[in-house]
Design a protein around this ligand. Structure first.
Ligand code: HDE
Length: 718
């Protein structure tokens, strides 16, 4: 057999190609480009300005990170290659179980500041003093999809906040919808099984439009209120910066005299609420599956820190007893018009994570994390959550010591007699691992002691029902009204929002293949609103079945405009993103002026051109932020285009350019175009003159709000 030509040993390490910026020197063996790891291991470089040396996890310097150790030039790899084995071994175990729900999430650090103290209501220090601050970590999430799924499915968004207070961690683990699908924790596994991928086929991913979900929902009338929210535009938010957050359950505030009031927590986005249209959400999923994560990251990265006001609705038991629903029932909300929200503080997210896994993935929220001054109610859904979260962290993070992971550890001192366990990283000193002890009498450290004065004490809630009833498995009859608030929500929406709900129901039910499942859901809709039921039935081209028999006759509550996004919409450009399309020959000065004017209103501008590199314009050259095909208009809140006649004519032959305008128009966005685009692109894109269609010079005065009145002219809604 012919022998292969053998490189001389001296050339072995110079055969590799080195890309520019690889951090490696041509012709030398690897020195590594290390840098500090998240464990903050000190640089061990010989030169202050050189990168740290690459080492094994045990600190031994690595000479070659490109080649494994072989028996001979072309021989097998040796088992003794501990460098290779350690690297592959660690890699093999990089993944941990994803969250059973809320697997897909995005996190950020920030600060909370108390602006209107409520010391008379709670002894929680963070809410008792004007100007009191604490660091926070927030994780937003979708619920149904896996960790790698898209950001914009129709779904509930998790809104979990960890306050690192001086009295310990307080976790407010909420959602962007103030009510829940079920009333009792015992139904949660069934709910989640039904919405996740179907058990036999493993699809659909991150979507509720399938048989098993609607089968479960149809059989659970208590879900009807939350279904109205999920089918509304709340289920398809524009950005995470534009969602509200809710603690959902009724909690308790307890003051330093031991007096307690009930409370509901609210987060109000300073930038206001914004949603997408369904068609837009679907297209965003294709254009940028990380749309929400990227938006949050880029906003914080560029110093546009998103902020939310924390509000409370406070009430006592007597008031609660007078309401036409039970405040312990998580399928009910308290309309803001009935009990106003009092803003007590502001949270600002001002720092991105340094490492996604270490922080966003490993953060562990626990509704049981409360501080003195905050306590639980008897809401049976909340009571079940108090067990679940601690338990799930053990399964996800593998150890009872998950509280020692930096993102989870309190920032105030913590000490107790809990010891050992998998991955113990603390090194407690001394013998005092039990209490009481008298080791101090012998001059030893006796360890920490309980503190009746400042320690957490449970509010002594009196509930006579146990004495009367004893143990029983039942649902209180005060939880029996499943339709009044679903009706309240639907009737509080604008006509356009109602059409979105009806259309979403038609879409979702059209994906249901079991006829009886659709029929059952329709029979429930009749108890919410007859017109809604008729529209959905018409949209499905199906007969309207008899109404389901409600356990309690629904009542008509006063409409609550606060439940509608469109009625609260803020006409602001603050925090919005504008797509600015130009082409060869565009006027550079005009582009720059537009950019300046738009940015002066607090929006950001993303420039788009047919080619991303430097192209020739009138008055100079310019590089675009994105190429047209990779930057569809669904990524922007509004669009503006400026280019010469001939460039517009040329672009009008490109389907992507035509679609850019067509989508922006049917998604009811402001579409501003120069005479060239108006002449050549608008007609092809079916962009008609009217509200929200203007010249670039008029763009700033028209703004970035949606023009919903346009929608019935461009889409057949149910
Ligand atoms: Fe959760 N939920 N949940 N949930 N939940 C989890 O905990 C659970 C509920 C919420 O970003 C899990 O750490 C039960 C309501 C958010 O890390 C798990 C019940 C609300 C997050 C769990 C509920 C929420 C979770 C999965 C019914 C709004 C993401 C991973 C009794 C108030 C937190 C984890 C993050 C996560 C259980 C219902 C919000 C399995 C049993 C209601 C925002 O423990």
């Amino acid at each position: 057999m012919a022998k292969r030509p053998q490189p001389s040993p001296a050339t072995v390490n110079t055969l590799r190609e080195h890309a520019p910026g690889s951090g490696r020197h041509e012709g030398t063996v690897a020195t590594g480009n290390g840098g500090e790891t998240h464990q903050h291991i000190a640089h061990d470089s010989d030169h202050a300005d050189a990168p740290a040396h690459l080492t094994t996890n045990h600190g031994v310097r690595i000479s070659d990170n490109q080649n494994s150790l072989k028996a001979g030039r072309r021989g097998p790899t040796l088992l003794e290659d501990f460098v290779l084995r350690e690297k592959i071994f660690h890699f093999d175990h990089e993944r941990i179980p994803e969250r059973i729900v809320h697997a897909r999430g995005s996190g950020a650090h920030g600060v909370f500041e108390c602006t209107d103290p409520i010391a008379e209501l709670t002894s929680a220090a963070i809410l008792s003093e004007k100007g009191a601050t604490c660091p926070v970590f927030v994780r937003f999430s979708t619920v149904a999809g896996g960790a790698g799924s898209i950001d914009t499915p129709r779904d509930v968004r998790g809104f979990a906040v960890k306050f690192y207070t001086e009295q310990g961690n307080w976790d407010l683990v909420g959602n962007n919808i103030p009510v829940f699908f079920i009333q009792d924790a015992i139904k949660f596994p069934d709910l989640v099984h039904s919405v996740k991928m179907e058990a036999d086929r493993g699809y659909p991913q991150a979507g509720s439009a399938h048989d098993t979900f609607w089968d479960f929902i149809g059989l659970m009338p208590e879900a009807m209120h939350m279904i109205m929210w999920a089918m509304s535009d709340r289920g398809i938010p524009r950005t995470l910066r534009n969602i509200e957050g809710f603690g959902v359950h009724t909690f308790r505030l307890v003051n330093d005299k031991g007096q307690s009031q009930f409370v509901k927590f609210h987060w109000k986005p300073v930038l206001g609420l914004e949603s997408t249209t369904w068609d837009e959400a679907v297209k965003i999923a294709g254009a940028d599956p990380d749309f929400h994560r990227r938006d949050l990251f880029e906003a914080i990265d560029s110093g546009n820190f998103p902020a939310w006001d924390l509000g409370v609705q406070v009430f006592d038991e007597e008031w609660a007893g007078q309401q036409p629903y039970d405040v312990l029932d998580a399928t009910k909300l308290i309309p803001e018009e009935v009990l106003p929200v009092r803003v007590v503080g502001r949270m600002t997210l001002n720092r991105n994570v340094d490492n996604f896994f270490a922080e966003t993935e490993q953060v562990a929220f626990l509704p049981t994390n409360v501080v003195p001054g905050i306590d639980f109610s008897n809401d049976p859904l909340l009571q079940g959550r108090l067990f679940s979260y601690m338990d799930t962290q053990k399964s996800r993070l593998g150890t009872t010591n998950f509280h020692q992971i930096p993102i989870n550890a309190p920032k105030c001192p913590f000490h107790n007699m809990q010891r050992d366990g998998l991955m113990q990283t603390l090194v407690p000193k001394g013998r005092a691992n039990y209490e009481p002890n008298s080791l101090a009498e012998a001059g030893e450290d006796g360890g920490p002691r309980e503190c009746p004065e400042t320690g957490f004490t449970s509010f002594q809630a009196r509930d006579d029902s146990y004495a009367e009833d004893g143990k029983l498995r039942l649902r209180s009859e005060t939880f029996a009204d499943h339709y009044s608030q679903a009706r309240l929500f639907y009737r509080s929406q604008t006509e356009n929002e109602q059409a979105h709900i009806a259309s979403a129901l038609v879409f979702e039910l059209s994906k249901v293949t079991l006829e009886h499942v659709r029929t059952r859901v329709l029979s429930r809709l009749r108890n919410i609103d007859e017109d809604l039921a008729k529209r959905v039935a018409a949209g499905l081209a199906t007969e309207l079945p008899a109404a389901a028999k409600p356990a309690v006759k629904p009542i008509d509550m006063d409409a609550s405009p606060a439940l509608s996004i469109q009625q609260q919409s803020m006409d602001t450009m603050e925090g919005r993103k504008v797509g600015l399309l130009y082409a060869e020959g565009s006027d550079k000065a005009m582009i720059e002026k537009l950019k300046k004017d738009i940015e002066a209103k607090g929006a950001t501008v993303f420039t788009v051109a047919p080619k991303v590199g430097e192209i020739r314009l009138k008055g100079g050259t310019m590089k675009a932020d994105g190429q047209l095909a990779g930057s569809p208009s669904v990524l922007f809140d509004a669009v503006v285009a400026t280019m010469p006649m001939d460039a517009a004519e040329k672009l009008s032959k490109d389907a992507g350019a035509v679609q850019w305008f067509a989508d922006a128009y049917v998604h009811c966005k402001t579409v501003a175009g120069c005479p060239g685009t108006q002449k050549h692109l608008f007609p092809k894109a079916n962009v008609e003159p009217g509200e929200g269609v203007c010249l670039p010079e008029e763009f700033v005065s028209v703004g970035t709000k949606r023009h919903w009145a346009r929608e019935p002219t461009v889409r057949m809604l149910a």
